[in-house]
Design a protein around this ligand. Structure first.
Ligand code: UDP
Length: 341
């Protein structure tokens, strides 16, 4: 079916928001997820927002036979592959867990796409491939830096696999989306991020601190060579990011791609510092956070943000949501999760 999409990891943070946007755009979604870092409640959230409950298969994408049954049973033309582990620190401690899971699941998907003649794939890549870039903002031509974690390496390796497969196999077209820093939640507060344990990422840590779950937010470094001394990132609203997947799929279905493998940065194009983000969260939500300055976190680059010209021009996509709306949505979601009025 032309407008069928297989979404691996569709119960997760980015996957659930993308599923909503796909359904709104008239796609029929089949989700495969093993709930390794997600919750079945996100399917209820998707249904509340769209009125549609996507077809769901509980399976691990490393289990090729389980995945094969999905390809046998469902007639989609496109795949969006989100299913992967994403904790940088954990990947350093347990590299094989990351190489096995992230690469095997991706290779299974690509092999089955070849076997079952399903032509289109969007791969979730990351700005981490740019490392500590020499020039900012980064374009898609900015050279990748050697990965500094097994997690980052799985993203680079999967990009390379996709480049090689699309070069060798006429039947496969791929788009790698390099995400910057996705934040926020659906404005209806029906879906959002559900980090397990202590959050690694800034915004979940902020919202949990605001909710009283964490005592104090640590700012990792105020002595960087940046305008205010804290790191700068390109924080992109999760719904804007989700929409980029829909336009990527539409592009491939319409045959508008200019090559069988394309790469797009998905960011706002604007740097925001950690201090600016924290202050913005406090102002948007009219509250005060308990904050302390801590040592730099190993592996953090001082600054990275996207040049989004390629996505703007070629996909006709740009980030639209205002940062304070995004930060209000993040807090509304945390309150809902915690039952705070
Ligand atoms: N950060 C922070 N305190 C936290 C979590 C993150 O100061 O509790 C900083 C981190 O050092 C980085 C920025 O926030 O400069 C974004 O970090 P995050 O882990 O969200 O994303 P990353 O850019 O590392 O993928």
């Amino acid at each position: 079916m032309q407008r069928g999409v297989l979404v691996t990891g569709g119960a997760g943070y980015i996957g659930s928001h993308t599923t909503v946007e796909l359904i709104k755009a008239g796609f029929e979604v089949v989700i495969v997820d093993n709930f390794s870092n997600s919750d079945i409640s996100s399917l209820d959230g998707i249904e509340r927002i769209t009125g549609v409950r996507p077809t769901f298969v509980e399976a691990d994408c490393c289990d090729k036979e389980a995945l094969r049954r999905v390809f046998e049973a469902h007639d989609f033309q496109s795949v969006i592959h989100f299913a992967a582990y994403k904790a940088v620190g954990e990947s350093v401690a347990e590299p094989m867990k990351y190489y096995r899971n992230n690469l095997l699941s991706f290779m299974n998907i690509v092999e089955l796409m070849q076997e079952y003649k399903r032509p289109n794939i969007v791969f979730s890549s990351s700005a981490t491939v740019y490392g500590d870039a020499e020039t900012l903002p980064v374009t898609e031509q900015t050279p990748r830096k050697p990965a500094t974690s097994p997690y980052g390496n799985t993203k680079q390796m999967a990009e390379d696999i996709l480049r090689d497969v699309t070069a060798a196999c006429e039947g496969i077209v791929g788009i790698a989306l390099r995400y910057f820093n996705p934040i926020g939640a659906h404005p209806t507060a029906n879906i959002g991020e559900l980090p397990r344990g202590v959050p690694n990422n800034l915004v979940p840590y902020i919202t949990q601190t605001a909710a009283g779950v964490r005592e104090c937010l640590s700012i990792f470094g105020d002595d960087y060579d940046t305008p205010d001394g804290s790191c700068q990132r390109d924080f992109i609203d999760i719904v804007d990011l989700a929409r980029a997947h829909v336009v990527a799929i539409e592009r491939m279905l319409a045959g508008k791609n200019r090559a069988r493998y394309e790469i797009f940065n998905v960011g706002t194009g604007h740097p925001v510092s950690v201090f600016e983000l924290v202050n913005g969260f406090e102002a948007a939500n009219n509250l005060k956070l308990n904050v302390r300055i801590a040592a730099r976190r190993e592996g953090d680059v001082p600054a990275v943000w996207a040049d989004t010209t390629h996505a703007n021009n070629e996909l006709g996509w740009r980030a639209e949501r205002a940062l304070d709306d995004t930060l209000r949505a993040a807090w509304a979601w945390e309150r809902k999760v915690r039952g705070i009025e």
